[in-house]
Ligand binder design. Structure first.
Ligand code: DCT
Ligand code: MG
Length: 401
């Protein structure tokens, strides 16, 4: 992603960049009225964060630094950068000077140093250093392939591989089925999915589900439910109004998508829900609902007119591949699954942390458990869950933490 830092240095191929300030140093000291109220919470679930980010010049850099820390397995710094970015995303206006962030939670020394660089020079030398690092570049490239996680990426890097071409040309590398699909559809699935495309997919999957079970319920979740214009995939929940009736539905939907010729790839995982072991304490742990990770073929003709027509007909082949996640919880778990799959990841992390630290409760995608009372708290809606946690309800479009 491109940042819009003002070019402030005169650079030629043989000369060291001159770090010349673009703005007076007063950005560091003097200040317009503080953006920061003492009221900003350290918990994302006590903040409201829309898709409108006034501090993208900082948050893009901080998120890239977080990713780099993740590759280096530095969990603490990674979390710190992500939390800092999340706090800045919730602010109602752009930060123009360091004074404006005084009193804000989660902004550590490293974050402040990065922000100072950006305020003074219009760019971050720290992130530029990371971006030019060979290992970072390789890991970022490899993990951009569907089915390739940091461990596999690291393995390939250590074998001296640097490009996707080299990986495909290396005879000793055994790609699994998911990774083969990831390479096969690489260009399409690394292209952002638009809201229009997400809506078109929603109609297709809903029609398919209703053809099998007319009372089935399909809900759009993930970033699109939070009002985002673009996403890397499209996430759905599928359930039935009567307990147990959801069994077998997902497999029939998959079969039907295959019959329609639009199923390019499918990895199905059966349910492994075991209520005796719930709730799990680890957020990153996958939930146990039946689900499938799909790549679907979306025809241009299935989209609203405006988007289909914008494209150069010479360039277009008339369809694209899209990543879709379909999750099928039983209806009594639906509210928890919806809350969990709506995200954002940072919002979910903080909901769980808030539940644990402030309420002595354990929350995950399946359930909410009160450790003091030693009982599970039932919920039929997201509002119920917020109420159990003693939190004001936060609308999906306010969860872009
Ligand atoms: N999630 C989860 N368990 C997983 C994977 C995801 O609970 N194993 C949650 C976290 C966010 C949400 O589901 C959707 O995940 P993503 O699609 O990765 O995030 P997104 O916010 O939809 O982002 P994008 O717009 O890039 O798809
Ligand atoms: Mg998504």
């Amino acid at each position: 992603s491109m940042r819009e830092g003002r070019p402030v240095t005169v650079e030629t191929s043989h000369c060291i960049p001159v770090r010349e300030p673009v703005v007076s140093l007063s950005v560091v000291t003097e200040c317009s009225p503080p953006t920061a109220d003492a009221n900003v919470s350290q918990y994302a679930c006590l903040r409201r964060t829309t898709t409108e980010n006034h501090n993208k010049i900082f948050t893009d850099v901080l998120e890239e630094l977080a990713e780099n820390s993740e590759f280096n397995e530095s969990k603490g710094p990674c979390l710190a950068f992500r939390r800092a970015a999340s706090v800045l995303k919730s602010l109602p206006s752009a930060v123009h000077c360091l004074g404006a962030i005084q009193g804000l939670p989660c902004l550590g020394e490293h974050t402040k140093a990065v922000m100072e660089e950006i305020l003074i020079f219009g760019r971050s030398f720290k992130v530029e250093e990371v971006q030019s690092d060979e290992r970072y570049q390789a890991l970022k490239l490899f993990t951009s392939v569907f089915g390739v996680g940091p461990k596999t990426a690291e393995k390939w890097y250590r074998r001296g591989l640097r490009s996707l071409k080299e990986i495909l040309a290396e005879p000793n590398i055994q790609l699994n089925r998911m990774q083969r699909a990831g390479f096969l559809y690489y260009r399409d699935i690394s292209k952002a999915v638009s809201k229009t495309e997400a809506k078109a997919l929603r109609s297709i999957i809903e029609e398919t589900a209703h053809w099998i079970a007319p009372d089935s319920i399909l809900a759009l979740t993930g970033g699109f439910r939070r009002g985002k214009e673009y996403g890397h995939d499209v996430d759905f929940l599928l359930t039935m109004p009567e307990m147990g009736k959801e069994e077998g539905l997902l497999l029939r939907v998959i079969d039907r998508l295959r019959d329609q010729g639009i199923l390019l790839y499918c990895e199905h995982q059966g349910s492994t829900v075991d209520m005796s072991k719930l709730p799990s304490r680890r957020f990153e742990a996958m939930d146990h609902f039946e689900k499938c990770f799909l790549i679907l073929r979306l025809e241009e003709g299935q989209m609203e007119r405006d988007e289909g027509l914008q494209k150069d007909p010479g360039e277009s082949r008339g369809w694209r591949a899209v990543r879709v996640d379909l999750v099928a919880p039983p209806v009594d778990r639906y509210a928890f699954a919806l809350l969990g799959w709506t995200g954002s990841r940072q919002f979910e992390r903080d909901l769980r942390r808030f539940a644990r630290k402030e309420r002595g409760m354990c929350l995950d995608n399946h359930a909410l458990y009160d450790k003091t009372k030693k009982l599970f708290l039932p919920a039929t809606s997201e509002e119920d869950i917020f109420a159990h946690l003693g939190l004001e309800y936060v609308e999906p479009w306010q969860r872009n933490a």
